[in-house]
Design a protein around this ligand. Sequence first.
Ligand SMILES: [Zn+2]
Length: 425
Amino acid sequence: MKVDLLIFNAAQATTCAAPAPKRGAALADAGVIVDGAVAIDDGVIVAVGETAALRGRYQARTQIDATGKVLCPGFVDCHTHLVFGGERVAEFERKLAGATYQELLAAGGGILSTMRATRNASLDELVAAGRRHLQAMLRLGSTTVEIKSGYGLDVATELKILAAIEQLAAIAAQDIVPTFLGAHATPPEFAGDPEGYVDLVCTEMLPAVAAWWRVSRFAAGDAPLFNDVFCEQGVFDVAQAQRVLDAGARLGLRPKIHADEFVALGGARLAIELAAISADHLDVTPPEERELLAASETVAVLLPGVNVHLGSRHFADARAWIEAGAAIALATDFNPGSAPILSLPLVMALACRYQRLRPAEALNAATINAAHAIGLGDRLGSLEVGKQADVLILNAPDYRHLVYWLGVNLVEGVIKHGRLLDLSS
Ligand SMILES: [Zn+2]
């Protein structure tokens, strides 16, 4: 049988295959095929198996000899805030010198400085910066990226960010999944009145966002739009988070939630009640809520890069989440304040060190489970027949090298939708 592409002779092909998000013992199985091969036609995986079997069955128009390399699914970064103006480099140095959060805020820093820079940026500037970030992520193996709005905090700028995300989806090599995060912080116009800002999000922003989405390339391509909220002490409480997520759900937006990053308010419980597709951070979730969330369909997204960047010694108890049976995923949380991190392999490596994930657990969490955290688990995230052909070629003979080495990029080749990409641009 004739196919477009056959990659063969791989020391290992790790399939991460599963019919649903991986939990428990399944998480520790990367689905390793020794001397593996993948056959691809028309952008779709048509066979995965041992080289001897596939070479006998398929003649390929293009062949890649992957001797000594690993094949794995393209990484899925299921939580980023990739579109923003400016950066926070000077603030980072002040923080290293001992400035407190209050001092940084008083000096005009923090999330509101990014809000100002984002409001002041043109659409073209936001797209140009976002494109640079996405190109860097692609070289690091992320072939699908979720992007949240949330640095506009007014109707016009939130729509500008979503327009930037839509343009990025048109030009980037990756699949892009949009999320509206209007309730990211309370803007200065509503200082001391988060309730008033939540009113604006529910009555003006969400209807405008839903109207944008219906005529966007995302709706046309049958891609979902998610609605996220930052549920945290001093930001939005559970009742406010519920108002935002309910209002979105009435417009067809599926809930996501930033929950339990610093203080446990009950965000994990809310995620279960509202059937959120994911609950993210979960650093301080109480055991009883962990059990409930683990038993639900909601994916638990862990973001250990944030803890490292913030200099925290406290991490989500990933082993307890796994033992409870949760479907855990990993993501960068890429943003200019708490996670200037573009590398999902680095996050996987940190999760192994600080959260004692095993290499296979980290790989599954950043591929198949991350795909389920953004509603794409049926389409991508694993090397399985019928799935979109998003395949990485790693310059290592064993997938565990991915999390063992620090500060080196092992991604040598990226195949997106069946096409080998040129990573030099
Ligand atoms: Zn986030």
